[in-house]
Design a protein around this ligand. Structure first.
Ligand code: FES
Length: 394
């Protein structure tokens, strides 16, 4: 039989002894610890909390009337800082519904340091919520907001120094924040803005834009009117030709406007041969009806039933086929989590236990793993049958 001879040197022996006692020592340390939850708040937690609060309160301090819209100046002792182009989700209680709507912060982030945000609400933008705000908010109204959200902001590591912004209607708001930030030095890039409106009188922020352009050569605005011809204004829709006419040689494109504008640009942008990384799109909230999408083949006159699992409770509510599942949940007075309402942020992520849903490809912002594991975003999914769903409140 073969013999093995091990020679253990003194230092090696100490190592082995140390290793042998390591597990019991660790166990003793763990057992001597307190079972009380950790309550200490560290500096880094405080910083994270102030930059990304789950909820903020503010008061309407001023209302600036505009054509078919109002700008609300919101004030609080402290509001989270944000990047120009981001939005907040505004919580609303309308009748029996508890809902939330995203509104872009429409002035420079530097104002947040003074405890001020501005949002602009346009009539019929989303009649249910916008009508409520326009008819009910007055100076002194207290509002509840999420922290700032969204990736539609200038990123110098990714974007060119020249930005071409395409705005339609109330889609001007993120560009107002960017232009304001360029003017006061918070952001450092050049912005050429093509802004589409129906007629001259419909242009939002016309005076503010003029003043900003007069004060800095880093912001340039071209107004494009679809229903009126006027000297000094472009006429028609914003397409590849107009972009080529005003864009510098190298640029990043930022787009914010109604769904129809995005659909039109989907056919126009390939003509520009831009790299995808140079095209940034702001989210577009879900349309009311799934029939907007050519791929929809359901019967939108049906009303299904939703069995909802929520914190261990089960509720049954009616589910109309012609509206996003999130809307049915909110109508039942259930505070479902949501921010963007466009399938992008994942805040409303829920588990589909059974049933069939329609999710348009252009609104499917789920991770691949979520798709495979049966999770959906109810803000951008419509029922095709009775459903059973588990939601996870904030
Ligand atoms: S609310 Fe953002 S994905 Fe549904």
């Amino acid at each position: 039989m073969k013999k093995f001879n091990f020679h253990v040197k003194p230092i090696g022996l100490l190592d082995m002894l140390h290793f042998k006692t390591m597990v019991p020592r660790r166990r003793a340390i763990l057992q001597s610890g307190s079972l009380d939850p950790i309550t200490a708040v560290y500096g880094v937690n405080r910083l994270a909390q102030s930059l990304h609060p789950k909820q903020q309160k503010a008061v309407v301090s001023e209302i600036i009337p505009r054509k078919d819209a109002s700008t609300y100046v919101l004030k609080a002792d402290k509001l989270a800082y944000f990047r120009a182009g981001q939005y907040v989700s505004v919580k609303l209680s309308i009748g029996d519904s508890i809902t939330a709507r995203p509104y872009t912060l429409a002035a420079s982030p530097s104002l947040a340091l003074e405890g001020q945000y501005q949002i602009t609400v346009k009539k019929a933008q989303d009649a249910f919520a916008s009508d409520y705000i326009l008819n009910n908010w007055t100076v002194g109204t207290e509002v509840t907001l999420s922290g700032p959200e969204g990736p539609f902001s200038y990123e110098p590591m990714r974007d060119e120094n020249e930005v071409v912004g395409l705005a339609g209607g109330s889609g001007i708001t993120p560009f107002m924040a960017m232009a304001g930030a360029i003017l006061d030095g918070t952001e450092d890039f050049r912005l050429t803005l093509l802004y589409g409106s129906r007629r001259k009188e419909d242009i939002l922020y016309a005076e503010e834009l003029e003043k900003i352009c007069a004060a800095t050569d880093k912001v340039k605005v071209v107004h494009v009117l679809s229903e009126e011809e006027a000297e000094g204004y472009e006429h028609g829709f914003i397409g590849a030709d107009l972009i080529r006419k005003y864009a510098p040689e190298v640029y990043t494109l930022y787009i914010c406007g109604p769904r129809a504008m995005h659909d039109f640009l989907a056919k126009e942008l390939p003509k520009l041969g831009l790299d995808q990384k140079h095209i940034r799109r702001e989210f577009v909230p879900a349309p009311g009806s799934p029939a907007y999408f050519e791929s929809y083949s359901g019967d939108q006159t049906k009303v299904y039933e939703l069995t909802l699992h929520l914190l261990g409770e089960e509720k049954r509510i009616p589910l109309r086929a012609d509206e996003p599942i999130l809307t049915a949940i909110e109508r039942a007075g259930i505070a479902a989590p949501s921010h963007c309402r466009s399938g992008e942020c994942g805040w409303c992520r829920s588990r589909l236990i059974c049933g069939e849903v329609f999710i348009p490809e252009s609104m499917d912002g789920r991770r691949l793993a979520d798709d495979e594991a049966g999770y959906i975003h109810p803000c951008s999914a419509w029922p095709l049958s009775d459903l059973e769903l588990e939601i996870f409140p904030e």
